[in-house]
Write a protein that binds this ligand. Structure first.
Ligand code: HEM
Length: 478
């Protein structure tokens, strides 16, 4: 029984941090070429064992709870941002209950109600943002999509009251909380640095804002949260009515922290994904026109009627544009778990010992020729005839409802297993609605007319387009 091969490095503690940190995808590909699907590299003294491919995803993402632990790895970074007693600051069984609560808050009915709200926020932005003044112009698309997605998610997922508070003060708190997501915080999350003090103060203030909303609702209503202040059946009021298996209602502070989690966990991934979609569309203006005509043909769009949730099913090309962009530009490149017990790797001599962190990287599969011919080419039409099959033996229940295990699929932009993304359905509806609205009103192009997109910037925690990412837009007439 042996250890997986160790990737060569010059410096003992730093290890492979530089190659990994600047371009993890090519680092993984290069290691795979030399060592195969399993290898260990050193990241600031930690032994990171990467296991690529379908078997690796199954091994890591569907590993047993007693063998693999996410909270030890993600907790130090996320707990100060999200707050106490939620997600990675509680036992896994409690997280599974919290995921169940959120899942039931994201019903078809809720998503249906979200579509017009998301469309309206997007339209308002296109009408009022300085970057979209006039009949045509250029826009820093990363900055614009980051603003649009925070407005749409706040209005729909977070609710009208939170959206109303999206003033300068809230934006500053958001920014301060976001300081907690700098990669350096993987190493020193508790260091007494000014940015960490600002992060902690922001978590406390943001928590107080949510607690205030909750207690005003309790005082002004029948106690269930649907009160006289805001007659809205939103996620906050849904969580106010949820009860843990032990009979305890979710404490107000935990509701506040769950709402902060949804805000912070959803924002970067959604904003970078939407920026990539816009950059890809700008690089292929013909695709923008195909999308526009899809809406005219399949929805009878005549320039004014609003989008409905039921329309989304009638827009397969738009769905495939989102799907293909998430394949090529997955915002999270490394999914990590701390190993708790020695884990023999099936059909091999390797045993992954408890001094390791296991890393899955679905993006390596997304960009492999084996699973996606011409993998580096962005081609939404590849999905026209491709279906991901889910069979009954793939179905499991980790404690938050029956779902597909997922690990037989070569396409995992939202992860798989017990830690699979809880915001997937919302993220899809949000992205599809935002992009369909923009396409209805704008034509897009690159600055130089070439079909290129910027390279990926991996230096932040979430892969995003390198700066500057500026595109050209032109308002449709009529
Ligand atoms: C987890 C991707 C949007 C909340 C994850 C994971 C991935 C992912 C890959 C798994 C992490 C792991 O296994 O280590 C994405 C992408 C998004 C997106 C690509 C948008 C395009 C959202 C939104 C929300 C959200 C909108 C909030 C509603 C979460 C949470 C987890 C998670 C709370 C942790 C779940 C757990 O550990 O059990 N996401 N996400 N995400 N996501 Fe998302």
């Amino acid at each position: 029984k042996s250890d997986p091969p160790l990737v060569f490095h010059w410096f003992p503690f730093v290890g492979n941090a530089i190659s990994y940190g600047t371009d993890p995808f090519n680092f993984y590909k290069e290691c795979q070429r030399k060592h195969g699907d399993i290898f260990t590299f050193i990241l600031f003294g930690k032994k990171m064992t990467v296991y690529l491919g379908l078997a690796g995803n199954e091994f890591i993402l569907n590993g047993k709870l007693q063998d693999l632990n996410a909270e030890e790895i993600y907790g130090p970074l996320t707990i100060p941002v999200f707050g106490s007693d939620v997600v990675y600051d509680c036992p896994n069984a409690k997280l599974m209950e919290q995921k169940k609560f959120v899942k039931f808050g994201l019903t078809q009915k809720a998503l249906k109600a979200h579509v017009p709200l998301i469309e309206k926020e997007t339209l308002d932005y296109l009408k009022t943002a300085p970057a979209f003044k006039g009949p045509s112009g250029t826009v820093d698309i990363s900055a614009a999509m980051s603003e649009i997605t925070i407005f749409t998610a706040s209005r729909s997922l977070q609710g009208a009251e939170v959206r109303k508070k999206l003033t300068a003060e809230f934006a500053e708190l958001y920014h301060d909380l976001d300081l907690g997501f700098r990669p350096i915080n993987f190493l020193m999350p508790w260091a007494p640095l000014p940015q960490n003090r600002r992060r902690d103060a922001a978590n406390a203030k943001m928590g107080a804002i949510y607690k205030d909303i909750i207690s005003r609702r309790r005082n002004n209503s029948n106690g269930k949260g649907v009160g006289t202040i805001m007659e809205e059946d939103d996620m906050i009021s849904h969580l106010m009515g949820c009860v843990y298996k032990n009979g305890q209602a979710i404490p107000d502070m935990e509701i506040a922290h769950m709402m902060i989690t949804m805000l912070m966990a959803g924002q970067h991934s959604s904003s970078s994904s939407s920026a990539w979609i816009m950059l890809r569309l700008a690089s292929q203006p013909d695709m923008v026109e195909e999308l526009y005509h899809e809406q005219v043909q399949n929805l009878g769009y005549n320039g004014s009627q609003p989008l409905q949730h039921s329309d989304i099913d009638k827009l397969p090309l738009l769905q495939n544009v989102v799907k293909e962009t998430l394949r090529v530009h997955s915002s999270i490149h490394s999914l990590m778990r701390k190993v708790k017990n020695p884990m023999p790797v099936p059909n091999s001599d390797y045993v992954i010992t408890a001094d390791k962190v296991l890393v899955a990287s679905p993006i390596v599969m997304h960009l492999s020729e084996e699973h996606f011919p011409n993998a580096m080419v962005w081609d939404p039409h590849r999905w026209d005839s491709r279906v991901e099959v889910e069979t009954e033996e793939d179905m499991v229940d980790y404690g938050y409802g029956v779902m597909s295990k997922g690990t037989r699929s070569a396409y995992l932009p939202f992860g798989a297993g017990r830690h699979r993304c809880i915001g997937e359905k919302f993220a899809y509806v949000n992205l599809v609605t935002i992009i369909s609205t923009i396409v209805r009103h704008m034509k897009l192009g690159t600055l130089d007319g070439k079909s290129t997109v910027p390279p990926t910037d991996y230096t932040s925690l979430f892969s995003r387009p390198a700066q500057p990412a500026v595109i050209r837009w032109e308002r449709r007439s009529g």
